[in-house]
Design a protein around this ligand. Structure first.
Ligand code: PB1
Length: 341
């Protein structure tokens, strides 16, 4: 206890002694650190092998053809990139009701996998598995004739696609479809193919029917042709379903969990990490979050490096072990010793 201008401050209420220099402040936030292993980089791959297509809705992000991927990734890998998440985008291949080209030999992800593996053997490759980029109706599963979701048919199709990516070289299968039981269906096919020890599953566990996916749907040409995804993505207001989804996916064999989006779902992130501390928890900073931060900075309303590091460290504080972020390349550049804050 000490007197300060006649106001008594209890010794344990003296906080300034813990934060008066960067080292002391750093010790207060060790679990929030951002290092290369805490980042996963989403990548859009198109059919045209020589294409680089800037995405209007996501300034600074492009779709890449296979022949442009190596050059794009080399510098980022030199800066420490450890993992990527691949999304295929088709423009000329036909889209049909069963998403035939989700796993056809012409699929850009199917063709890119062996090449990326040979170029960068130490890079961990996750593949998003979903039907929406390849289906004529733009939904994430197979539909019944009445236009509602056929969960059973969807499980078969999605697990087939997952197995195809696994056989083509994927290290991680990341099903973003949100069908009930897809983790079990995928795990069963991996086990039956003898791949259960070589391919991990990263479940999009608590993935909400968010309004923050617009730029991605533009980038991946994956907007639903009719209706919305509220019958299979979680209601933004439901914590209970997020908890149940985590229990379900863990029971069915998922190796890692995810919450998506992030900034407005930090309560869910914290709750699921506290309930399942033994599972790596991923947080997907989605396209709408990317665009929001990017435009705020480009309009001069925020200093990108300071705002983005605050956002990423806060996502870590809330419980994320890995953040899936389109900003990964620029953050890895900032983390280089020559550029340390
Ligand atoms: O960055 C993003 O917005 C991610 C969008 C995400 C990709 N996994 C899905 C959201 C959606 O479009 O509904 C794609 C669904 N398979």
């Amino acid at each position: 206890m000490y007197e300060k201008n006649n106001f008594k401050v209890q010794n344990k209420h003296i906080l300034h002694s813990s934060i008066f220099n960067p080292t002391l402040r750093g010790w207060q936030s060790i679990k929030c650190e951002i290092t290369p292993k805490n980042l996963m980089y989403p990548l859009f791959i198109v059919e045209d092998d020589n294409a680089v297509q800037p995405i209007n809705s996501m300034p600074g992000i492009s779709r890449y053809g296979i022949n442009k991927l190596k050059q794009h990734l080399e510098g980022i890998i030199k800066n420490g990139l450890q993992s990527v998440l691949l999304f295929g985008v088709i423009e000329n291949l036909p889209k049909d009701d069963v998403a035939t080209h989700a796993d056809s030999p012409d699929n850009p992800v199917m063709r890119a996998l062996p090449k990326i593996k040979s170029w960068f053997p130490n890079l961990t490759i996750a593949c998003d598995v979903c039907l929406c980029p390849y289906s004529s109706h733009g939904h994430c599963g197979i539909l019944k004739p009445d236009g509602t979701l056929d969960n059973t048919a969807s499980l078969k199709r999605i697990s087939d696609v997952a197995l195809a990516y696994a056989k083509a070289g994927a290290d991680i299968i990341a099903p973003s479809d949100m069908m009930d039981g897809r983790i079990g269906a995928i795990k069963t096919k991996l086990v039956n193919s003898g791949l259960q020890e070589k391919v991990a599953i990263l479940s999009y566990t608590a993935k909400f029917a968010s309004s923050f996916y617009g730029p991605f749907r533009d980038a991946a040409k994956s907007k639903p042709a009719h209706g919305d995804r509220k019958c299979y993505q979680l209601p933004p207001t439901s914590t209970g379903l997020a908890i149940r989804a985590a229990e379900r996916d863990i029971t069915e064999g998922s190796d890692m969990l995810m919450v998506k989006p992030t900034m407005i779902y930090m309560d869910i992130l914290k709750e699921l990490k506290e309930k399942h501390p033994e599972y790596p928890m991923f947080a997907y900073q989605v396209s709408g979050e990317y665009a929001m931060i990017y435009h705020a900075a480009s309009k001069g309303n925020a200093e990108l490096k300071i705002v983005l590091m605050e956002v990423l460290e806060s996502i870590r504080r809330a419980g994320a072990d890995v953040i899936i972020s389109y900003f990964t390349p620029v953050v890895l550049e900032w983390l280089q010793p020559k550029n340390k804050l």
